[in-house]
Ligand binder design. Structure first.
Ligand code: ZN
Length: 253
């Protein structure tokens, strides 16, 4: 059985056919799904879904794109949602690529989420795009020990940093893209005990389904690609990544 450690079934793209999506996931062997929040509304929805289904888990977070309007009131509201039954904080981090929120504000909201994750003894799910220097220095300053580098992309330096700290490193369907050679090279370097699988659906459909809405059933493409890259049977990749995910999110079945 597979664990999709980062999906967004809490987004409106799945409102119409969520049940079908979940049953297709089940047929593909995807048993567990972690719905990840990006703002107040999607965090609340992730939590709501986790209460409906024992195979859904929730992470609540404020994505750097949506950090701009976080004032004291919104933060208080967020802290309240984080009191629910969640397994991680995030996605959070820094994104200097699109820079929808000024850097200073992104850092402030990221740091607040790190502090909260430590208080709750939960891992953080990190989104990083073209912001590695600041990201690494914040993670060092706060001595972050429990983290997931979600949809890994970036430099060898960032990869080394994550591996040194025993952060989990998660790969998504973009590892199957023809242009993603350096991502595949990175995946080969990641030790099995730090490896996680995710779809980041509705985004990042694997090459075979590119252009379509992504959904958890396509996690098999990422599993199979990692199996090929590491010359390890797909069943073994599945077993290890699911057990890593259960350990990472401290889930007891
Ligand atoms: Zn995401």
């Amino acid at each position: 059985m597979l664990f999709d450690t980062h999906c967004h079934l809490n987004f409106a793209q799945f409102n119409k056919d969520l049940q079908l999506v979940v049953s297709r996931a089940g047929e593909a062997g995807v048993k567990f799904m972690l719905n990840v929040g990006c703002d107040i509304e999607s965090s609340r929805r992730a939590l709501e879904l986790s209460e409906k289904d024992t195979y859904f888990f929730a992470s609540v977070g404020i994505h750097p794109h949506f950090s701009g309007n976080v004032d004291e009131l919104i933060w208080k509201e967020f802290e309240k949602i984080a009191c629910g039954n969640i397994v991680a904080i995030g996605e959070c981090g820094l994104d200097y690529y699109r820079l929808l929120t000024p850097r200073k504000k992104q850092k402030e909201v990221f740091e607040k989420q790190i502090i909260l994750s430590k208080k709750l003894n939960l891992p953080i799910i990190i989104h990083s795009r073209e912001a590695e220097d600041d990201l690494i220095s914040i993670l060092k300053d706060y001595e972050v020990k429990q983290a997931i580098a979600h949809c890994f992309s970036g430099s060898g330096r960032y990869l080394d940093f994550c591996m040194e700290r025993n952060f989990f490193i998660s790969f998504a369907g973009n590892i199957t893209y023809p242009a993603a050679k350096n991502l595949r090279d990175f995946a080969k370097q990641v030790p099995l005990d730090l490896l996680l699988l995710e779809t980041d659906c509705p985004f990042l459909s694997p090459q075979a389904k590119r252009g379509k809405r992504c959904e958890p059933q396509y996690l098999t493409y990422t599993r199979d690609e990692l199996s090929r890259l590491k010359s390890i049977k797909a069943e073994k990749i599945e077993e290890i990544t699911t057990s890593n995910a259960l350990a990472c999110f401290k889930i007891k079945l």
